[in-house]
Structure formats: C-alpha cells, structure tokens
Design a binder for this molecule. Structure first.
Ligand code: NOJ
Length: 539
C-alpha cells in the first residue's frame, strides 16, 4: 500500500474521549474542550505522542445530564460547561494540525425533555411540533399503548396529564423519542449534521441508530425470558425497522457530499448479520463490534468473534473492534485479575492487530481499571435503579489519571467522580517515561500498525490449533505478512499450527516481553507468560 492509500477511518486508530472525565481546564470538576485541547499533544503530533489518528468525542451539547450528555437539549450548540463554539472550532483546528480527525456523537433517537422541540410538542395537541415525538392514546381502560419497556427500567411510555396522551421513550422519561416518520424531524436532524460538517467535523458516531424508527402501529413485542423488563421481549417492533435503510442512505449521501467523512454506528443488540446489513456504501462506514466486550478471557472465544465478523462482513465491509467504552466495565477490570498490566498488553495486541478499525477508550493505554464506588457515589440512573445487581456505568467513567499531582492532574477542583487511589503510581506521565510501560507498548504497537500494511488491511487467517491458553494468526496482504501470537495466561505455552509456516525471514516487530520466549518454528511457537508478539516479513 502506498501512503496515498491511507484512509484515516480504515487505517487509523480511533480514541474515545469521554469528555467530562478527560481533562478539566477550569477547576469545575468536569472535563472540557480547552482541557482536551491542552492534551492533544499527548494524543498525536509530537515524537512523544501516543499516535492516535482520530478522536470520538462523547456528546458535548447542552444537556440537563439526566443521562450525562445523551439527553441533548440543543443539537447546534456546545454546553457552556464544556466551552464555547469558538473553543470547538479551535479544537478542530488544533486537532487537524496534529493529524487528528474529530468524530462527534450524534444522539438522534431521542432528545432531552428540555429540548425546545419537546417543550413545544408537549405544550398542546395542536402544537405544530406535536408530531415531532411519539404521542399515543392509552389502551381502552387507560393503560399505556403497548407493552414496550425502557432500556433503563420501567415502561417505555409516560403519561402527560396536561395533554392526556402517552409519549414514548426507549431510555429515560427525560429522553423522549423523536418521530423519525415525520419528514420535518429528519430535515431538522440533517440540518444539525450539516452544521457540524460545515465546521470541519470529520465524522460521527451514531447513538443507538437502529432504534430511530418504531413500527407505525406500535404492536406489542413478543415476550421471552429475561432478567430485566427490557430483556423479556423480542425487540421486533421497536428496533431495526426497514425504514432504517433509506434513512441511512440519506445520511450517507449527506456525508459523501463532503470529502473523507466517515460514520460509525452503535448497534443496539448484537447480531453480526444485522450489523453487516448496515455496513455498506449506502449505509454506514462501520458498525461497532461489541463482541470483545462480553467474551470470557479465552482465546477461543475471541477467535470465534473475529471469524464471525469476517464471515458476515465479507471482504468489502469494514470491521470495527472495541474492548471498552463508556457503557462497559473496563477490560482490565473484567479480565485483569492479579495481572492487570499483563492482560492489558495482550488485549491491546489483539485489538490493534485485527482487520478492522480499533477504538481505544481513554485510559486503556495506561491499563486504567474501573473506579471502585459506593452506592452513595453512583449517579448513573441504571446504576441507581439496579444496584447491586448492576452498578451502572460510573465505575468505567472515572477521571483520566494524568500524573501524580492532586486529583491525578485531572482537575484542580472536586472531580465529578472520584479518582482512583492508585494514581500516584498509575498515571500517564509515569508511563510515558518508562519504555516498558503499558503506554509505551500501545505506542509501539500503533506505530508498527501504521508502518505495516499487512496489519492494517491484510486478510485474517487463524494459525494455531484450538487452545484455551493462546492464539496465533496471520494477516496477509500482497507482498507482506504479519504473524501474531498471544499467550493469555501466566504460564508458558507452546501453540501448534494447523499447517506449517515458513519460519524464515520474520522480524519481530513488537513483543510485550522481549526477555520472554517468542520462538517460532515451522509447526509451532513457544511463548512465555503473557507474551504477545507480532512478527512481520515481506513476500
Ligand atoms: C447509548 C449510549 O452509549 C449510552 O451511554 C446512552 O445512555 C444511550 N445510548 C442512550 O442515549
């Protein structure tokens, strides 16, 4: 591949900035845009940067924060707690200067109940905006229109006493669903998309995009067994409606009218075939594959996910992998056990050597675990509702640990969520100065990925025979091959191959533990404890 083949969203690594926890510039305890701008050098643009190619910014629009930014009160503005539009423009310019693209988070399934559109819609049945949301009469006898449940618990319908109808909300009652069947709504959302494209935004992450449409007759969903109300239904009438496809085609043609813009969708539900159906030239560029996030720490489980994605997406659609995000417990907490840094390196190698765009979650590059919280510290609504069965998402949204200064260098004020107690040792500054740190390993891996076409686009082929200890695979592109070998466990392993490989001519690109074994022979590879090695050769 020549450098002109480089396409940022396919070849680059994308870093998820959960803005309110990233860097606070004004001491109010919340991360903000100027804080992020001050940290851009950390991400790219200098010799000592991590080397990410793009950032995805969690919602930075005005919001009453019932769902921490995912209840948007104005799609065309910046929440003053995060900065100003001028700060935003500066972010775009400063990011671009460093080769960093910027993706925004579009939350188009619903708005805040404080959005002007909803206030108008709710004001009377005659309001010109009444039909911008989903209003229905109750069933004869007074119950809600159907059996649909909210993801966050309880009924998905709330009664409005003033206008004597129910409105629909897939999430909180403060997040009413927009009525995508209404062309005025679609036009208003396109205008908002254009507003940000015109400001130089490079792309978008689409929040729960496959829930935009509901069946126009609002029938009951069929029921099944499950833990929470939402899990006790087959979601056939409230998600994945056929209208999604023309809606995405329209969205895509808007993106295509600007150069090199890209989109990634958050698919609700985890069906690889369905994910693939949204990923094409008249749909989205990518859809997150969340399978890594719920797999056990077992190479067979991960390999099954990779092979399934490969099979369903085929050679033309582009995969996109993620280990952690703002909705999921951090993977070091899920898998790390007594060896968090070791597991972090193996997981990083797995993520960064796939045929597919890797999304990193801020802090994973230093092996940051979840923040332990007491019940009284939980602010996330599902956590408050389901504690202790489910502790919510606050633990995985803790402040970034920058250095050993007060509050880990995140804020001079009181952080909105507590900082972990280990920040004096576990922080970015300490790891940047340590060639053996998790941070340095991520940087080296990303550098190798950037320089190695086989790692970016090469075809995936499993190499090792089934094993619950380790995995080896090849990535092959014209003229170049990479061989990746991972030991998931704390004891050495010998992985045997399904077919012999030519063991000459390989050079070791990166190894998690240069001092431990990574010995390749035609039929097998010996790996030391938690070894993760990437070999490259031409031909
Ligand atoms: C998915 C987002 O990732 C999550 O944080 C949010 O609560 C829901 N969508 C609702 O917008």
């Amino acid at each position: 591949m020549t450098s002109s083949d480089w396409l940022w969203w396919r070849d680059g690594a994308i870093y998820h900035v959960y803005l309110r926890s990233f860097a606070d510039s004004n001491g109010d305890g919340l991360g903000d845009l100027p804080g992020l701008i001050d940290r851009l050098d950390y991400l790219n643009g200098t010799r000592d940067s991590l080397g990410v190619d793009a950032i995805w910014l969690s919602p930075c629009f005005p919001s009453p924060d019932k769902d921490f930014g995912y209840d948007v009160a104005d799609f065309n503005a910046i929440d003053p707690r995060y900065g100003t539009l001028a700060d935003f423009d500066r972010l775009i310019a400063e990011a671009h200067r460093r080769g960093i693209r910027v993706l925004l988070d579009l939350v188009y399934n619903h708005t805040s109940d404080q959005h002007l559109w909803f206030l108008e819609s709710r004001s009377s049945r005659q309001s010109p905006r009444r039909d911008w949301y989903v209003w229905r009469d109750g069933r004869p006898g007074g119950g809600p229109p159907n059996n649909w449940q909210s993801v966050f618990g309880g009924r998905a319908w709330t009664w409005d006493e003033a206008t004597r109808q129910f409105y629909y909300h897939m999430f909180l009652r403060e997040q009413p669903d927009l009525n995508w069947h209404n062309p005025d709504v679609r036009r208003a959302l396109s205008d908002a998309t254009r507003f940000w494209l015109d400001r130089g935004v490079d792309g978008f992450r689409l929040d729960v995009f496959n829930a935009w449409y509901e069946h126009p007759d609002y029938p009951d969903n069929p029921t099944k067994l499950g833990l929470r109300g939402f899990d006790r239904q087959h979601h056939i009438y409230d998600v994945d409606r056929p209208e999604m496809h023309p809606a995405l085609a329209e969205f895509r043609s808007l993106l295509n009218s600007y150069p090199e813009r890209a989109s990634v969708g958050e698919l609700f539900g985890a069906d690889p075939a369905r994910a693939a159906s949204y990923c094409n030239d008249h749909g989205l560029h990518m859809v997150f594959n969340f399978e890594f996030s719920y797999r056990a720490w077992d190479p067979e489980a991960f390999c099954t996910s990779i092979e399934s994605a490969e099979r369903h997406l085929g050679a033309d659609a582009w995969p996109c992998y993620v280990l952690s995000n703002h909705d999921l417990s951090r993977h070091v907490s899920r898998y790390g056990g007594d060896h968090p840094a070791e597991v972090a390196r193996v997981a990083a190698t797995l993520l960064l050597t796939q045929r597919g765009t890797p999304f990193l979650y801020y802090g994973e590059e230093i092996g940051l675990p979840d923040v332990p919280l007491r019940r009284s510290q939980i602010v996330d609504p599902p956590g408050r509702r389901y504690w202790p069965l489910y502790k919510g998402r606050d633990p995985n949204r803790g402040p970034m640990q920058w250095d050993s200064g007060p509050n880990a260098g995140f804020t001079t004020g009181t952080p909105w969520l507590p900082v972990r107690l280990d920040y004096a040792e576990l922080n970015a500054a300490a790891q940047q100065g340590d060639a053996r740190s998790v941070w340095s390993f991520y940087r080296d891996l990303m550098r190798l990925r950037r320089l190695t076409p086989a790692l970016r686009r090469g075809a995936f082929e499993r190499l090792s025979r089934p094993s619950h200890q380790g995995l080896a695979y090849l990535r092959a592109s014209p003229g170049q091959q990479a061989l990746i070998a991972l030991n998931f466990r704390s004891t050495p392993v010998r992985l045997t191959f399904q077919h012999p490989v030519d063991s000459s001519g390989w050079s070791l690109g990166v190894a998690a533990h240069p001092e431990r074994a990574a010995r390749l022979s035609p039929g097998e590879i010996d790996l030391g404890a938690f070894q993760a090695a990437v070999f490259v050769r031409s031909g």
